[in-house]
Design a protein around this ligand. Structure first.
Ligand code: ADP
Length: 312
């Protein structure tokens, strides 16, 4: 559906995107993750055909974004960062305008506009100027214009940025609903988003791909993967008990919330043994949790490790 080969963008001396290659199969939601300035927006602009690559190439549904730009643009819907639109236009006026630019005509055009109005629940704000809408509604209008021509591929640049938690939840639900019949690339610097919407994540920093994996695979790289954490009023006794479990490699106590974490030796499971021993020793815990891995820690390790290498 999407393929990039050594996609590169230079701004003068700065290489914003540095040889990015990946292939995305139909029906997947790919998360582009990376710190600010990593090159996410620039990569998305090139795939969406809004910015010419300095070198390398990208194809969407087999159409080269430079040599076959019009055909490529037809199959892509793009939500730019911040979802810019024409503030003085009403929601209906703006959707009409975008449908016109997209070349939609007659009954098909009416049907497409009606469809996005319904999908994005825009009925109540059709006659309102966009500049008077709440951020959540503005983002919905942005998503509506991106899908009005029913594209096979959607490129969404930070679709939940700046929204409150309820609005974020709503936009993620919309993305999940659209994922049923579209291939989607979504950029974010919010790690929980990867879990909420993505089937695959590419981590980029300084214009390069540093990791390309499923969210579960990324979590498995965390030192917290398969660790057991607990909270108890009796920390000293709990720590002593944990130290008796053969496959526990290390124990840490968080200085802030006094949460105790036991890390397993490589490839070992410790949850059962810990749970049994705490019970037989009569130690009450208010919470006992098997950790799947901490995405923020993986992200920091991957992106800061690279930063250190570059500085060295
Ligand atoms: P991200 O989306 O990951 O935050 P961007 O793709 O926006 O990153 O930016 C990548 C790098 O390219 C940054 O260092 C940014 O300052 C730079 N950059 C982006 N657009 C331009 C431009 N038009 N001119 C010069 N530098 C730019």
């Amino acid at each position: 559906m999407i393929e990039t080969r050594q996609l590169t963008k230079r701004y003068g001396e700065l290489t914003a995107v540095d040889g990015i290659s990946f292939k995305l199969e139909p029906g997947r939601v790919l998360g582009f993750l990376g710190p600010n300035g990593a090159g996410k927006s620039t990569t998305m602009k090139m795939i969406a055909g809004f910015l010419a690559p300095t070198s390398g190439s990208a194809t969407v549904c087999g159409h080269d974004v430079v040599d076959d730009a019009l055909a490529a643009k037809r199959v892509v819907g793009y939500l730019p960062e911040g979802a810019p639109s024409y503030g003085e236009m009403t929601t209906r006026g703006f959707l009409d305008f975008v449908a016109e630019v997209r070349g939609l005509k007659g009954a098909h055009r009416t049907q497409r506009i009606d469809d996005v109005i319904e999908r994005l629940h825009l009925n109540g704000v059709l006659e309102q100027p966009i500049e008077t809408l709440s951020k959540g509604f503005k983002r919905r209008v942005g998503l509506a214009q991106a899908i009005v021509h029913d594209p096979a591929v959607l490129i969404l640049d930070e679709p939940t940025d700046g929204l409150d938690p309820n609005q974020k939840h709503e936009v993620r639900a919309l993305i999940n609903a659209m994922a049923k019949d579209k291939t989607i690339v979504v950029s974010t610097h919010i790690l929980e988003e990867v879990h909420a919407v993505c089937s695959r994540a590419i981590i980029i920093a300084q214009g390069k791909i540093l990791a390309d994996a499923t969210p579960a695979e990324l979590e498995a790289r965390s030192r917290y993967h398969q660790a057991v954490s607990l909270t108890t009023a009796n920390a000293a006794a709990a720590k002593e008990v944990l130290s008796r479990v053969a496959d526990v490699a290390a124990i840490e106590i968080d200085p802030q919330d006094r949460r105790i974490t036991a890390f397993p030796k490589p490839g070992k499971q410790i949850f059962g043994a810990i749970s049994d021993l705490l019970k037989t020793q009569g130690i009450q815990v208010s919470e006992l949790q098997l950790e799947s891995g901490r995405m923020d820690e993986v992200f920091r390790t991957i992106t800061q490790g690279e930063a250190k290498q570059v500085q060295a």
